[in-house]
Design a protein around this ligand. Structure first.
Ligand SMILES: Cc1cc2nc3c(=O)[nH]c(=O)nc-3n(C[C@H](O)[C@H](O)[C@H](O)COP(=O)(O)OP(=O)(O)OC[C@H]3O[C@@H](n4cnc5c(N)ncnc54)[C@H](O)[C@@H]3O)c2cc1C
Length: 403
C-alpha cells in the first residue's frame, strides 16, 4: 500500500526555486506541497551564497541572513585589482538560514512541506502528460496526484528526466568549498582568484560571512578541465596561496560540494502540466555561476503562473507559457552575452589573465558589478562604451554586444 495525496500543485525540491514557487502559488490560494528528499530544508549546502543586496531587498530576505560586501578584489598569478564601493551592493548569504526562511514563507501561506521524501518517478495520463509523481519516504512508497508539477529538483532535474524531456547537463561547473573559521579577515571584501594554479577553467574564491567565518572554494568547468575541485581546494589551502595566506590560522567547520548547469538556456521549460525552474531550467549567470536570485525570482513567477492555470481549469503548455515568456524576456539575451565573455575567460592563459585584470581595473564599482552580474542592458553597455576611451575595455564590451 502506498501513501497517497492530492494537490493542485506539487513542487519537487525544497531549494530556493521550489520554496519560492510554492510561496507564490500558495499565496494565490491553491493547494500546494513541497517535496524535499533531505531530513530538513537546506540540510546540505551546495552553494557559496553570493548574491546582490538589491535582489535581497526585493525578495524581503531579513538582514540577519547575509553579510554585506563592498570591496571586490581579484587576483591572477602576477596581478591584483581591487574595486571599492561606497555602499555594499553584494552579499554572502547564510545559505541555511535564507533557504529555511524561504520555505517558512511558503509554509505560512499554507504550503505543506514533506521532507525525507525522495521522488523517483512520474505518473502519466493516457496521453503521456504528467499528472503526479511518486517516490519513497520513511514508511515506504508515496504517490502525489497533482494538476501541475514544478520540477525544482536542481541539477538532477528528476521529474523532467523521468518524463524523458531532458538528458544530463553536458557542460556544468563543479565546486568544492570549505566553510572555515579564520584568524584575520576583512569582513566586507571578497576575493576572486584566477589563473591555472587556482582553477584551469573557472576560479577560486574567498567569501566572508562575518564573525571571522569565510568560505574558501574552487570551481572548475566540466568537461573543459579534468581537475578535481576538492583536490585543488585542499592544495591551495595547504599552500596558503595568494590572499589565503592573509587569513592566518584556518579551522574547517563544514565542507560543501555542488554542481551547477552551464549549458546556457538550452531547455524548454513548460510542458503540459509541468514547469521547470531554477537550476533544472539552467537559469544561472555563467560568468560567476550564480543562480540563487533567478531561482527565487522565476520560482515566484512559476508559482503564480501555475496558480492562474489551476484556477482557470486549464493547465496545458499554452496556459503555462507566460512563465517561459517572462524569464526569457528578462534574462535570455543577458545570459547569451555572458556566455561569450565566459568563453573568452575559459581560454585565457595566466599572462592573459594578468592583462584582463588591467582591463577590469578600469571599471567603476557599479560597472564592474553590472558586468559580473551579466547585467548587459543596452543602456549600460552604451554608457560603458562611451565612458571608456581604452581600446581593450571597448573590445570587451563589443564582445558582449556580439560585435
Ligand atoms: C559550488 C557552487 C557554488 C555556487 N555559488 C553560488 C553563489 O555564490 N551565488 C549564487 O547565486 N549561486 C551559486 N551557485 C548556484 C546556486 O546554488 C543554484 O543556482 C541554486 O541553488 C539553484 O536553486 P534550485 O532551487 O534550482 O536548486 P537546489 O538549490 O539545488 O535545490 C534543489 C532541491 O531539490 C532537492 N531534490 C533533488 N532531487 C530530489 C528528489 N528526487 N526528490 C526530492 N527532492 C529532491 C534537493 O535536495 C534540493 O534541496 C553555486 C553552485 C555551486 C555548485
Amino acid at each position: 500500500m502506498s501513501e497517497e495525496y492530492n494537490y493542485d500543485l506539487v513542487v519537487v525540491g525544497g531549494g530556493p526555486a521550489g520554496s519560492s514557487s510554492a510561496f507564490s502559488a500558495a499565496k494565490a490560494g491553491i493547494k500546494v506541497a513541497i517535496i524535499e528528499k533531505e531530513e530538513s530544508i537546506a540540510e546540505t549546502v551546495r552553494t557559496s551564497g553570493v548574491t546582490w543586496i538589491q535582489n535581497i531587498k526585493e525578495f524581503g530576505i531579513p538582514e540577519d541572513c547575509y553579510n554585506p560586501i563592498k570591496n571586490f578584489s581579484f587576483c591572477s598569478p602576477n596581478n591584483e585589482v581591487s574595486i571599492s564601493d561606497s555602499i555594499p551592493r553584494a552579499a554572502v548569504l547564510d545559505v541555511r538560514k535564507t533557504y529555511r526562511w524561504l520555505a517558512k514563507q511558503a509554509e505560512e501561506q499554507g504550503a505543506d512541506i514533506f521532507t525525507k521524501t525522495t521522488i523517483t518517478d512520474v505518473i502519466k495520463d493516457t496521453d503521456g502528460n504528467i499528472i503526479g509523481v511518486s517516490g519513497t519516504n520513511e514508511n515506504g512508497n508515496v504517490i502525489f496526484h497533482s494538476k501541475v508539477v514544478i520540477d525544482a529538483s536542481g541539477f538532477p532535474s528528476t521529474v523532467a528526466k523521468a518524463m524523458g524531456y531532458v538528458t544530463q547537463w553536458e557542460r556544468f561547473g563543479a565546486g568544492a568549498e570549505y566553510e572555515v573559521k579564520v584568524e584575520k579577515v576583512e569582513e566586507d571584501r571578497w576575493w576572486l582568484m584566477v589563473g591555472q594554479q587556482y582553477s584551469p577553467a573557472g576560479y577560486a574564491w574567498i567569501f566572508p560571512l562575518g564573525n571571522n567565518i569565510v568560505r574558501i572554494g574552487v570551481g572548475v568547468g566540466k568537461p573543459d578541465s579534468a581537475v578535481d575541485p576538492t583536490q585543488r581546494l585542499k592544495e591551495i589551502m595547504e599552500k596558503k596561496m595568494g590572499p589565503i595566506k592573509d587569513l592566518g590560522e584556518i579551522t574547517p567547520i563544514e565542507f560543501h560540494y555542488g554542481l551547477i548547469p552551464n549549458d546556457g538556456l538550452s531547455r524548454k521549460t513548460v510542458f503540459n502540466n509541468l514547469i521547470l525552474v531554477g537550476d533544472t531550467a539552467g537559469q544561472a549567470n555563467p560568468l560567476v555561476l550564480e543562480g540563487i536570485r533567478y531561482a527565487i525570482k522565476f520560482g515566484r513567477v512559476a508559482g503564480d503562473t501555475a496558480a492562474n492555470a489551476v484556477k482557470s481549469g486549464k493547465t496545458s503548455e499554452k496556459e503555462l507559457q507566460p512563465y517561459e515568456d517572462n524569464w526569457k524576456k528578462e534574462i535570455e539575451s543577458k545570459i547569451n552575452s555572458a556566455g561569450k565573455v565566459q568563453d573568452r575567460w575559459i581560454g585565457l592563459t595566466d599572462e592573459e589573465w594578468d592583462k584582463e585584470l588591467d582591463i577590469i581595473s578600469e571599471l567603476k564599482s557599479e560597472e564592474f558589478l553590472d558586468f559580473i552580474k551579466a547585467d548587459f542592458g543596452l543602456s549600460n553597455m552604451l554608457k560603458l562604451a562611451t565612458h571608456h576611451p581604452k581600446l581593450a575595455v571597448r573590445q570587451l564590451f563589443n564582445l558582449v554586444k556580439g560585435k
